[in-house]
Write a protein that binds this ligand. Sequence first.
Ligand code: ATP
Length: 363
Amino acid sequence: MTEPALKLVQVEKTFGKVRAVDQVSLDVGQGEFFSLLGPSGSGKTTLLRIIAGLETPGNGRVHVGGRDVTRLPPYARGIGMVFQDFLLFPHKIVAENITFPLKMQKLPASKKKEQLDWVLGLVRMEGFENRYPHQLSGGQKQRVALARGLVARPDILLLDEPLANLDLELRKEMEVEMRRFQAELEIPFIYVTHNQEEALTLSSRMAVMHEGKFEQVGAKLDLYNRPNTRFVASFLGSPNHILGRMKRVENDIAILDWKGLDLRIPTPSNSKTGDKIDYFLKHEKILIQPLREADLSRGKNRFECTLRDIIFKGQHSDYFVVLKNGEELVGSVAVDPQSLKIRQTVEVSWLPQDGDAFLAENN
Ligand code: ATP
């Protein structure tokens, strides 16, 4: 059996009373683009720094390519790193900035030049070798930072919010480039971000972190479509949050009292009549259309409501509707959108299974 490129075993790190990383175990395979996603303070950077060797774990082991590197210094781990704020030396030219990590390797000058030329080609920065960082654009600085992370041909590349300081257009361009680098190099990229769109765009698998723990790890589509926990369901996709009380259970579909409206939901595990339930419903799951006389929705949730606002977002619009119980929902899929007018009566519909239901925290 081949060893995973990166293996974490029960890694822990505490700062005073804060458990920054709490019993994290993970296998990342060769050639995977893996993202660590989570809100600020969830422990992503601390975990990345432990992998890099910039932080010592209180407990647990870090293995790279089957080798236990837990006690090895950063330069001996075969790991490259790229940071958010580039961290380029202002008084060194691009070539010196990029080849800095090769210093520890004591390579002959010809080999160093070969590595530099290779990586400049990869990040498409040929011809910029003699410039100083202040003579580069933000995107070019980020390419230099990437080149520095890759010049020693690491076994793994760690990236800590590398695109956070770039404007939106450049970020989109660099996302495409990042996927290209990764596909060409076939080494794992471990990518830290709090931007879910970025994590979903870039990665094959990801972990959602919360209070130092992995809430869920898996293929991005699984996390997005089948969140295991309340936290993951609320964090991914910025869904509508519906809070109701369980009225009755009819096999795997339950009826929730949502402020006077009956809502059909998948029955959450361990729930019973009277429990408070959180139901998370992504915008793209709600269908909005002019009100029809007959109920053709067959097993769906279907509610009459008033269209309060339409916000055009380019590729889609957000439709804000107010239901008869006074609650508001946001949907992004409309039948015949041209015909919809603000203040019009419309209907919204979706299947119970389109949302994710969990026992509320304070039952
Ligand atoms: P962000 O997205 O804001 O960078 P993060 O998910 O990367 O957040 P970490 O930087 O890993 O989170 O921090 C996790 C927790 O550990 C936080 O509560 C933070 O305050 C704490 N922490 C991190 N580094 C230190 C340190 N050197 N000393 C004390 N506490 C720390």
